[in-house]
Design a protein around this ligand. Structure first.
Ligand SMILES: Cc1cc2nc3c(=O)[nH]c(=O)nc-3n(C[C@H](O)[C@H](O)[C@H](O)COP(=O)(O)O)c2cc1C
Length: 381
């Protein structure tokens, strides 16, 4: 595919709000069995091959997540454009939006049109809400349902003090009764399945995840994702996967394991060691949006391919074109710089490219210079 063939969002009839094309990139997401043309088959781990029944998936009410893989919610990263990037790279499971403050949405501090927008090719998708007021959370959940979400997810894991000081995010793990009231209000407000993403607790001495999880299950929550660290740990230390197995044994609803999956082999290792129903990948997916396809391939065949330099280049250009098309320009430029660093890590000559483009003031100029660099590297026409 020539990147110039890409069809990023175009302006709608009123010319006010960029609309989202159902085909952001020219070709549909490849599937593991047919995706080999641009793949280099390098990694081989026959001992990890699990046959076709590997990663069978799980059910959230009427929503089937199959295979059982999910893109983790990440503020500033899992916007519509990046969620479509992972779809383009062959991800077939669930995608989750970045955290959306229920208060911010209802009071208009967050542009609901921008943050709740869902493209036709994103499903199944969960929109993630934060908040500690049951009624406001219920109202925001109804907005998510109205925008076409398949699942509403509640954040009970965010460690940031600007979130926890309002008893939101991980602070809800310190008050099981409030966590249950919030979840119950959301469950009753919508006809969609409601999930919760949580941590282990506030700190080593306050490991409340099992108690909170049982209370959430009683309120009708359809599934849980566990980032196996405490709030106090932030992102330090190691995720404790043994806790994922503990949670799986404690509840009957699907449990998704999360934390420190860096490559496909680690993903399968977490799955096999804990018996969890699904796997959620965050940071590794930003560096390598093909990771979901690779996990599937590894589970089915014992090996997986790597994208070529050309494939990676086209992906970056297509993503940035869509960021520009959906705007606004300041946000597009900010996100392009964020993703450029992650996407080009390890590419030959990328450090000087990032240095040169870091000072770009306008997204179109950055895209042009990037295209030029890729052409000179022989990666783009
Ligand atoms: C930049 C960044 C933003 C994040 N934003 C959110 C968020 O909005 N909601 C949430 O539940 N978790 C958020 N997380 C946590 C991730 O979803 C995930 O639980 C964590 O990164 C561990 O998974 P990983 O090791 O696969 O990255 C964020 C993590 C990062 C690195």
């Amino acid at each position: 595919m020539n990147h110039e063939d890409a069809k990023p969002g175009s302006m709608d009839r009123e010319g006010m709000r960029p609309s989202v094309s159902s085909t952001p990139f020219a070709s549909p997401a490849p599937r593991p069995s047919t995706a080999r043309s641009e793949y280099e088959w390098g990694v081989n781990s026959p001992s990890l091959a699990g046959g076709c029944s590997a990663l069978p998936g799980y059910r959230l009410g009427p929503v089937r997540v199959s295979p059982g893989l999910a893109l983790a919610p990440m503020a500033g990263l899992t916007d519509l454009t990046f969620r479509r990037v992972v779809r383009r790279c062959g991800h077939r499971g669930l995608v989750v939006s970045e955290i959306l403050s229920s208060e911010g949405l209802i009071r208009g501090r967050l542009d609901a049109e921008e943050y709740l927008r869902i493209a036709p090719d994103e499903h199944p998708i969960a929109l993630q809400l934060s908040g500690a007021d049951p009624e406001r959370m219920a109202e925001a959940a109804r907005w998510c349902e109205g925008e076409g979400a398949d699942v509403v997810d509640i954040n009970m894991g965010c460690p940031a003090s600007k979130v926890t000081k309002g008893f939101c995010g991980a602070a809800l793990l310190r008050d099981t009764a409030l966590a249950a009231r919030v979840a119950g209000a959301v469950v009753r407000a919508v006809s969609l399945p409601v999930t919760v993403k949580m941590r282990l607790g506030w700190s080593e001495s306050e490991m409340t995840f099992l108690e909170v999880a049982r209370a959430l299950e009683s309120e009708g929550v359809a599934g849980l994702a566990l980032h196996a660290r405490t709030r106090k740990q932030g992102y330090s230390g190691e995720a404790d996967w043994g806790r994922v197995a503990q949670l799986k044994a404690a509840v009957s609803i699907p449990v998704v394991g999360n934390g420190d999956i860096r490559d496909p082999a680690q993903a399968l290792s977490l799955w096999r060691r804990t018996g969890c129903d699904g796997l959620m990948v965050g940071r590794a997916a930003v560096k390598n949006p093909w990771i979901f396809r690779q996990i599937e391939e590894l589970a089915m065949t014992g090996s997986y391919g790597q994208p070529s330099f050309e494939e990676r280049s086209r992906l970056i250009l297509g993503h940035f074109e869509e960021l520009i098309a959906l705007g606004p320009p300041g946000l597009a430029l900010h996100r392009m710089k964020t993703f450029l660093g992650k996407y080009t890590a390890g590419m030959p000559g990328a450090a000087s490219l990032r240095g040169a483009l870091g000072s770009a003031k306008e997204p179109g100029a950055l895209l042009e210079a990037l295209g030029e660099w890729l052409r000179e590297s022989g990666a783009a026409p």
